[in-house]
Write a protein that binds this ligand. Structure first.
Ligand SMILES: Nc1ncnc2c1ncn2[C@@H]1O[C@H](COP(=O)(O)OP(=O)(O)O)[C@@H](O)[C@H]1O
Ligand SMILES: O=C(OP(=O)(O)O)[C@H](O)COP(=O)(O)O
Length: 400
């Protein structure tokens, strides 16, 4: 697989280089609450601009429904990128339209432009190869067919999407430094990890992650569950979960997982419930088999934190993806803070993966240096650990 150094060796002065980055940062209105992914994308872009390339950034933000939606505009991200870079990043109003052509056409050597959220175009995430191919062709038209493509959005390489996968089949493609670094660290976890090997999973992308659990169970000693997915497990045990996040269609499969691997799976014994999804909601701590009707679980409870901290503290290898609760609200951040602290205090080789998990480490005031590696990708790391083929990496290796 060719990499960024190969491209720099070929020379990029005056050449358009389209960089796919993962700039999917957490936002509070228009304020970026954690710019970790922007910072992680900088080194590749800076290497290219220093060599005189004209860099065109393509990225997504959130999960818009395939149409422009101002809530998911990349404007705050382009602004932050410009600040960190020390030179303005011009943002196109569209993905492959008139504005994209104009902004890219006006790009000077060593400067950076950004396309608007690629997921504003429904073809980006289409399951139809031809539709995605069409968008990739339109992206090539924007940057010109003498352009190069650098894939550096590690957090999105598990997605078979137009700007991640299909574009790599249309332009000379190169792996960026972030993708290479992340893959190298994660490889140490797929070989022969020191045991006990504990994986802690939380977060809200429940349907994505339930599949992953199945594949990870044979590889780990303990799989500790928190966050939104815990409630599908509790429901599978026959408990009522009130208004908590619930993946109804996965209950049967989850039941089977519990039957087959109950010894490895660790579930919350108590949870913090709220009477509505808000930081100032009324709250109470209840046993996990006694969630009252009309209430929703938004964090793991203190007894669970203690138990999880003990398991994490005695592990030799830890992988953590997904906050154990809605840590963005102070009232539901204690669980995530508690498990993060336990990992930070342990001597284990520890990898944290995921935009929100990494953001939690930083915004809850933990010392990043206490973790062996903070990955920019949650789902991508998990799929890598499962041993799954990551489309965005495979395509760079020419394995498609
Ligand atoms: N019990 C819960 N109910 C609803 N949302 C939750 C719950 N626990 C965690 N979350 C939310 O999960 C989100 C992070 O999920 P996810 O995207 O899967 O993690 P990551 O980005 O680290 O991969 C956070 O915004 C958090 O508020
Ligand atoms: O935030 C991301 O993934 P993550 O939450 O698994 O770390 C990536 O930007 C991918 O986003 P997606 O899961 O909407 O495809």
């Amino acid at each position: 697989m060719k990499n960024l150094d190969d491209l720099l060796g070929e020379g990029v002065q005056g050449r358009n280089v389209l960089v796919r980055a993962d700039l999917n940062v957490p936002l509070d209105g228009e304020t970026i609450t954690d710019d970790g992914r922007v910072r992680a994308a900088l080194p590749t872009v800076e290497k290219l601009t220093s060599a005189g390339a004209r860099v065109v950034l393509a990225a997504h933000l959130g999960r818009p429904e395939g149409a422009p939606d101002t809530r998911y505009s990349l404007a705050p991200v382009a602004r932050r990128f410009g600040e960190l870079l020390g030179s303005e990043v011009a943002l196109a109003d569209d993905v492959v339209g008139e504005s994209a052509h104009e902004v890219v056409g006006g790009l000077a050597d060593g400067r950076v432009a950004m396309l608007q959220n690629v997921r504003f175009d429904p073809r980006e995430t289409s399951k139809d190869d031809a539709e995605r191919g069409e968008l990739a062709d339109a992206l090539v038209e924007v940057v010109g067919d003498s352009a190069a493509f650098v894939s550096d959005g590690f957090g999105v390489v598990h997605r078979k999407q137009a700007s991640v996968y299909d574009l790599a089949t249309k332009l000379p493609c190169y792996a960026g430094g972030l993708v290479l670094d992340e893959v190298e660290v994660l490889r140490t976890l797929t070989g022969d990890p020191r045991r006990p090997y504990v994986v802690l999973l939380g977060g809200s992308k429940v349907s994505d992650k339930l599949e992953v659990i199945n594949a990870l169970l044979p590889k780990v000693d303990r799989l500790v569950i928190g966050g939104g997915m815990a409630y599908t497990f509790l429901a599978a045990l026959g408990h009522s979960v009130g208004d908590s996040l619930l993946q109804q269609d996965q209950i049967a499969a989850t039941k089977q997982l519990l039957d087959e691997h109950g010894d490895k799976l660790v579930l919350p014994v108590d949870v913090v419930v709220a009477d509505r999804f808000a930081d100032d909601a009324n709250t109470q701590v209840v046993p996990s088999d006694a969630i009252p009707e009309g209430w929703q679980g938004l964090d793991i409870g203190p007894r669970t934190v203690e138990r999880y901290a003990e398991i994490l503290g005695s592990a030799s290898t830890v992988f953590w993806n997904g906050p154990t609760g809605v840590f963005e609200f102070a009232n539901f951040a204690e669980g995530t803070r508690g498990v993060a602290r336990a990992i930070a205090d342990s001597e284990a080789f520890s990898v944290v993966g995921g935009g929100d998990s990494a953001a939690a480490v930083r915004t809850l005031g933990l010392d990043e240096q206490r973790f062996s590696h903070i990955s920019t990708g949650g789902g991508a790391s998990l799929e890598f650990l499962e041993g799954k083929n990551l489309p965005g990496v495979a395509v760079l290796e020419g394995e498609v």
